[in-house]
Design a protein around this ligand. Structure first.
Ligand code: HEC
Length: 142
């Protein structure tokens, strides 16, 4: 947010390119958990959701469309509890995840192409499921 306010998308995109994953990791360390963002339409290929995670995204999306409330999804993976929380688009997101030529400016598109040549995370509208926070609490130390 600070990079965006300072230098717009031209500053924020390269910042996120280097910092998004380390920031997520530092939150995880502070929370004694493993934390990732996963999505069916990755900008960073490292954030690609699995088949079962894509099903959770689709389920959250249809709940939004039906006006239902969203509860975190809880799964068990390799004997560990995994919590999935929805990440929903708001107007701010659309300058980098909205529609090219509408919310996403030409200069933003150029930066996205440069840093994320395989970007799939454009074309979103408001109140869409952009992805999931995936949280795996660390086992309690005895
Ligand atoms: C300044 C541009 C910008 C804005 C504004 C922005 N994003 Fe992103 N977003 C990015 C970039 C760049 C990445 C890739 C980060 C990385 O390299 O891990 C990304 C990645 C993500 C990811 C991880 C999955 C993926 O595709 O790699 C999610 C989820 C996400 N954004 C959601 C949002 C939401 C929700 C908002 C609004 C609250 C938002 N973003 C606003 C640029 C932006």
């Amino acid at each position: 947010m600070a990079a965006l306010q300072r230098g717009g998308t031209t500053e924020a995109i390269p910042f996120c390119n280097i910092k998004a994953l380390p920031i997520t990791d530092s939150i995880a360390e502070a929370s004694n958990a493993r934390i990732q963002r996963v999505t069916n339409k990755p900008r960073n290929p490292a954030n690609k959701a699995s088949e079962s995670e894509i099903a959770i995204i689709q389920n959250f999306q249809s709940r939004i469309e039906n006006g239902d409330t969203l509860e975190p999804a809880i799964e068990t993976l390799d004997g560990r509890t995994v919590y999935y929380f929805p990440i929903i688009t708001n107007p701010m997101c659309l300058q980098c995840h909205g529609k090219p030529g509408k919310e996403v400016q030409e200069v933003t598109l150029e930066n996205l192409k440069k840093y994320y040549p395989a970007d799939q995370a454009l074309g979103y509208g408001l109140d869409e499921i952009r992805g999931l926070w995936k949280v795996i609490p660390n086992p309690i130390q005895q």
